[in-house]
Write a protein that binds this ligand. Structure first.
Ligand code: C2O
Ligand code: CU
Length: 543
């Protein structure tokens, strides 16, 4: 039964992890926050009350919000934040999604603790494209800092340095039984031998792509970002922040206790993060004596790019259940570099903690996005000048060997601009994201609001405009909302601009987003009234 009204009260609550207690921002006092369960085709209303001390917004990650970006949520992109004491009613329209997605705060680093799952069931009497599982298990990965996360964010933005890494990875808010003081609350789930379990997997971590695996069991991916996929069976999965997956686990082993474990795939750090291995326990029911400690699954190494690529590039869409065909006639082609950069320490300061006394920055097409003072959607809708500029470049500012070992940093010092790309309604868009090695290569999970896109190709090294498109998969590419652009490589996506409005696109590693690896698409109205942006709701938060 679908409930159509939700009340989300954003407020502080005390939580204890890793032997220490702190106050965190929650929804309704819960960490992780409440799960929303709907059927495809539903519309629901979420009344968000800000009873905390921070400006906040909530975003429904992967919900397309057709013609209604007003309640999409990214702060200063589609709305001004909900101020303490204020309320905002957000409408969620589930026209295209089927499977697992999630919601999270979308201002500063508040999503560290403010997040929850969204389960979108098929419309009534429509079956899954796989046998009905026996039960559902939530698996939401996150990160926990012993210190106040807002402090971590504030410090890194003031000093220009890298934010402190988290103290633990978590599963459903729990660090797992390998970490101090975490044994009793470790997430456990019971299975019956012979049954099939639907794991609803979400990576809500701020800054870490993850590998996860279950000891002695295979995992079969059947959906990704709330779109079905061809079944992909593997002994580990690679999932980036922002991504969600529907995964089947067959309880087909000897009754016993088994670990589900995850750890970082952390290219670019150059160090292992083994201390962050997080665990949950799978316990078969029945009469047996379990070993005193279950064995950990074999996970790929923290820097095993090949393992990540092998998983990522083998995921295929399921065209017979796809909400949209792959566009073939491209009207708008965009090639954009995505880089981590440095900028000089501002005049009069010598305390910057980026590389060699600089400050960290990040860019798309050599532009480090400047957050405006009022939201872009309002500026667009009411024709307010001076908030943003159009003309986000279609092609890189210069060409060179982006992924060479050492690059001259001077060739790539980003400008700070609030520059957007304006698309005509119905444009067929191809974007190639070209990773660079300017400060150091790393994988980037790039997320687009308001759309899913077909991921038609991936590669290592520099994108070759004349050769690489010949190998694009136009038959069964996965249809995602977040794509992992491999370290020192590229990824190509396609979508049709049929959702008018203002839509954010950014790296879903929170630190890269904070440093400016983001841009905005404005999609113009179509030429009939049912192809136009809806009017704003009456209670849009003021700036
Ligand atoms: Cu998951 Cu812009 O967000
Ligand atoms: Cu990034």
């Amino acid at each position: 039964q679908t409930q159509s009204h939700y009340t989300f009260e954003v407020r502080e609550a005390q939580y204890t992890r890793l032997c220490s207690t702190k106050s965190i921002l929650t929804v309704n006092g819960n960490f992780p926050g409440p799960t929303i369960r709907v059927n495809r085709g539903d519309t629901i209303y979420v009344d968000v009350y800000n009873k905390g001390n921070y400006n906040i917004t909530l975003h429904w990650h992967g919900v397309k919000q057709p013609r209604n970006p007003w309640t999409d949520g990214p702060s200063y992109i589609t709305q001004c934040p909900i101020q303490p004491g204020m309320k905002f009613r957000q409408t969620l329209i589930f026209s295209f999604e089927e499977g697992t997605i999630w919601w999270h705060a979308h201002s500063e680093w508040l999503r560290a603790t403010v997040y929850g799952a969204i389960y979108v069931y098929p419309t009534k009497n429509t079956p899954y494209p796989f046998p009905q599982p026996d039960a559902e298990i939530p698996i939401t990965f996150g990160e926990w800092w012993i210190n106040d996360v807002n402090e971590v964010f504030r410090q890194s933005s003031e000093t220009g340095g890298a934010p402190n890494i988290s103290d633990a990875l978590t599963i459903n808010g729990q660090p797992g039984d390998l970490l101090p003081c975490s044994i009793p609350e470790t997430f456990k789930f019971n299975v019956e031998q012979g049954r099939t379990y639907h794991l609803r997997v979400i990576n809500a971590a701020l800054n870490l792509i993850l590998f996860f695996s279950v000891s002695q069991h295979n995992l079969t991916v059947v959906g990704s970002d709330a779109v079905y996929t061809r079944p992909l069976t593997r002994d580990y999965i690679c999932i980036s922040p922002g991504q969600a997956m529907d995964v089947l686990l067959h309880a087909n082993q000897e009754p016993g206790h088994y670990y589900l474990a995850a750890r970082a795939y952390s290219t670019g750090f150059g160090v292992a993060f083994d201390n962050t291995t997080t665990t949950a326990r799978i316990e078969y029911s029945g009469n047996y004596t379990p070993p005193s400690s279950p064995s950990l699954p074999n996970l790929p190494d923290f820097n095993d790019t090949q393992a990540a690529l092998d998983f990522i590039t083998n995921l295929r869409g399921l065209p017979e259940r796809s909400p949209s065909p792959v566009p073939t006639n491209i009207t708008t082609q965009i090639v954009t570099t995505i880089s981590v950069n440095t900028l000089p320490c501002p005049n009069g300061r010598n305390d910057c903690q980026g590389i060699n006394g600089t400050i960290f920055s990040a860019s798309m097409n050599n532009i480090s996005f400047q957050t405006p003072r009022i939201d872009i959607l309002k500026a667009y809708y009411y024709h307010i000048n001076g908030i943003y500029q159009s003309g986000f470049p279609r092609f890189p500012p210069f060409t060179f060997n982006y992924t060479a070992d050492i690059l001259p940093i001077t060739l790539n010092t980003p400008t700070k601009e609030t520059r957007v790309n304006v698309l005509n309604y119905g444009a067929t868009v191809e974007i190639v994201f070209q990773g660079t090695n300017v400060v150091g290569g790393i994988d980037h999970p790039i997320h687009l609001h308001g759309y899913s896109f077909h991921v038609v190709g991936y590669g290592l090294g520099n994108f070759n405009q004349s050769q690489d498109p010949l190998n694009f998969n136009l038959v069964d590419p996965p249809y995602l909302n977040t794509v992992i652009v491999p370290i020192n490589g590229w990824a190509a996506i396609r979508f049709v601009a049929v959702n008018p409005g203002v839509w954010f696109m950014h790296c879903h590693l929170e630190r890269h987003q904070s440093w400016g690896m983001q841009t905005v698409f404005i999609v113009k109205n179509g030429n009939s009234s049912n192809l136009m942006l809806s009017p704003p709701p009456p209670d849009m938060p003021p700036c």
